[in-house]
Design a protein around this ligand. Structure first.
Ligand SMILES: [Fe+2]
Length: 202
C-alpha cells in the first residue's frame, strides 16, 4: 500500500528533477530512490503551525510539497538539533526539520540526507557550518540568506543555494515563514552544526 511517506519521497524526487542546476543534478544523481523505509513514530513540534502560511505563499514548484507537509504534519517525525540554551526559546518554538531520508529520517540512507527546514517569521538562524556539503532550495521566498562574509541576500522560492563543506551560512526570516528543502552529503549526516554567530533575538 502506498503510504504518505512514499508520496512524500516521490514528491521530493519530482521536485528535485525540476532543477537543472549542476549542483542540484549532482545531488539528485546520488540519491537511491529505492531506499528502505525506517519506521518512525510521529513527533510534533510547535513550528508546524507555520506550514499553513508556507503552503499559501510557496512558489509554484514547491506548492505540492508544501501542501503535503501541511496536510500530514501530524503523522511525521519532526526534529530539532538545538535546544533553547543555544538560541533561546523563541527560536526553539519556531524551528524544526523533517528528515525525509538519511541516517535518522523516514527512509534510510547513509550517503545523503534530505528533508525540510521550517523557520517561523522573525527568526534568525545564526552563522553556522558543517562538514557536509549542502544544497538548499527554498519553497517560500522572502527570507534573507548569507554565506561566508557576503552580504545578506533575499532569496526567491526555487533558487538553488549551494553551501560547500564548512562554509559559514545563516538565514533570517522577515514577516513570512521559511520552508526550505535541503540535501546533505559528504559528511556526518546527523552532525550538529558548529555555530559561530550570535542569536539574533533577545
Ligand atoms: Fe547548513
Amino acid at each position: 500500500m502506498r503510504t504518505v511517506f512514499d508520496e512524500l519521497l516521490s514528491s521530493v524526487k519530482s521536485f528535485l528533477a525540476g532543477f537543472g542546476e549542476p549542483a542540484a543534478r549532482s545531488f539528485a544523481a546520488g540519491v537511491d530512490w529505492s531506499m528502505p523505509v525506517r519506521k518512525l513514530a510521529p513527533h510534533g513540534l510547535p513550528c508546524v503551525v507555520h506550514l499553513d502560511r508556507a503552503a499559501a505563499i510557496a512558489g509554484e514548484e514547491g506548492t505540492p510539497l508544501a501542501g503535503l507537509l501541511r496536510d500530514h504534519a501530524g503523522g511525521l517525525h519532526w526534529g530539532q538539533t538545538y535546544t533553547s540554551a543555544d538560541f533561546g526559546q523563541k527560536f526553539i518554538d519556531n524551528y524544526g526539520w523533517l528528515e525525509v531520508f538519511g541516517t535518522r529520517g523516514h527512509f534510510a540512507s547513509d550517503t545523503v540526507a534530505g528533508g525540510f527546514l521550517v523557520l517561523g517569521p522573525g527568526i534568525e538562524y545564526p552563522d553556522h557550518h558543517h562538514m557536509a556539503e549542502e544544497l538548499y532550495i527554498p519553497l517560500t521566498g522572502a527570507t534573507e540568506w548569507r554565506m561566508d562574509d557576503q552580504p545578506w541576500r533575499r532569496r526567491a522560492a526555487g533558487e538553488v543555494i549551494h553551501h560547500a563543506s564548512n562554509v559559514s551560512h545563516a538565514m533570517r526570516t522577515g514577516d513570512e515563514p521559511l520552508l526550505a528543502f535541503y540535501l546533505w552529503r559528504g559528511g556526518p549526516l546527523a552532525a550538529r552544526s558548529t555555530v559561530t554567530g550570535m542569536a539574533g533575538q533577545a
